[in-house]
Ligand binder design. Structure first.
Ligand code: TXA
Ligand code: MG
Length: 326
């Protein structure tokens, strides 16, 4: 695949985005969770371009985005009742479902798996763009594989500028953390990736929802890679601060905090995710905090563990992966 260079443009013109997509190029698009790197989900050339632009291994499958439930029939079949109930409650929104794929979905999208990931985003520009196309958009987060997901167009420019022709400006992502991925193991609804819809909220619709556990019969799924979402600066999650201060000068340490800064570290190197300890607000600010602290080129970033409730679970999941060694 050619690694063409572009003079990347940022704008609000849906027609321009559409034109590039019709030429099998990739375009960064806003969603309510994070910015996505979108391409025609029915065209192998466009799909290959997404993988190449992100440096993403082909075994890690992509989510297909559509504008409405009626568009699902083209890409998914045997949709369980539970899935329909979840769609009813949470779509459009940050819910991704793993469903049996139709033959129309290229194997390249699913990494050869039998099931395809589908989602109906709620960002108005994403919906309008999808509504103007007669194909679904494959869209992983618009960051190089393994690095921090983008929640603003500035983040996309910094990471993929020059590699894509167009970035659709849709403001700061409302939710700031990726969709929750749910699959079905027979009658058992299983969370494959924690995300912007909490376990508690999902259980209001399907009370027996469980978390995916990795064992020999269920190897770790592609959504559960040990390292991911990572800054270039080493990140320590839930570390003893005293020990970190013993081995690093205070002005070389950055900190991600829920509601209060640490006394021993300069406050300009710390980000409070939510002064009121609101975990929805904290999730919204998480990736911006990581992008900002990474740009300071410090020696280390320490991240506080969030309460294990609501979106705290998803934030901890991301911070834990961001702290894993490559
Ligand atoms: O919020 C989101 O989901 C964003 C926006 C752009 O929609 N997209 C996103 O895509 O986060 P990506 O590719 O960064 O993450 C998709 C996750 C990956 O962990 C992938 O392994 C998993 O979903 N996934 C995709 N298709 C799958 C499949 N068929 N089976 C199991 N896991 C799948
Ligand atoms: Mg991603």
């Amino acid at each position: 695949m050619d690694q063409k260079r572009f003079a990347t443009q940022v704008g609000r013109d849906l027609a321009v985005a559409r034109d590039w997509l019709l030429q099998d190029q990739t375009v960064a698009i806003p969603t309510e969770t994070v910015y996505g790197l979108a391409g025609n989900g029915f065209r192998e050339e466009a799909i290959h371009r997404i993988f190449a632009t992100k440096n993403r291994p082909l075994y890690n499958p992509l989510i297909l985005h559509v504008a409405e439930v009626s568009k699902l029939a083209e890409i998914a079949e045997n949709i369980p009742d539970m899935a329909l109930q979840l769609l009813e409650r949470f779509s459009p929104g940050p819910l991704t479902l793993l469903l049996d794929k139709t033959p129309k979905v290229p194997d390249l999208i699913t990494g050869g798996l039998r099931r395809v990931a589908v989602r109906i985003p709620s960002h108005p520009m994403a919906l309008e763009l999808l509504g103007s196309l007669d194909f679904p958009l494959a869209a992983p987060s618009a960051n190089p594989f393994g690095f921090i997901s983008p929640t603003t167009t500035d983040h996309v420019v910094a990471q993929l500028g020059g590699r894509i022709p167009y970035i659709l400006e849709g403001g700061v992502c409302d939710l700031g953390i990726e969709s929750t991925v749910v699959g079905f193991d027979g009658d058992l609804p299983v969370i494959h990736r924690l995300g912007a819809i909490s376990l508690e909220d999902l259980r209001e619709v399907v009370p027996h929802m469980v978390m995916q556990v990795a064992d020999s019969t269920h190897p770790v799924g592609p959504g559960m890679l040990p390292w991911h979402y990572s800054p270039r600066t080493p990140l320590l999650f839930d570390a003893a601060e005293a020990a970190v201060l013993e081995s690093h000068a205070p002005d070389r340490i950055g900190a991600i905090r829920l509601s209060q800064v640490l006394e021993a570290i300069p406050s300009g190197q710390q980000v409070v995710l939510s002064a009121s300890s609101d975990l929805v607000e904290a999730a919204r600010n998480l990736y911006s905090a990581l992008h900002f602290l990474d740009s300071l080129k410090l020696d280390v970033i320490v991240a506080e563990k969030m309460p294990e409730t609501g979106l705290g679970l998803a934030i901890n999941d991301r911070l834990k992966r961001a702290s894993a060694r490559r």
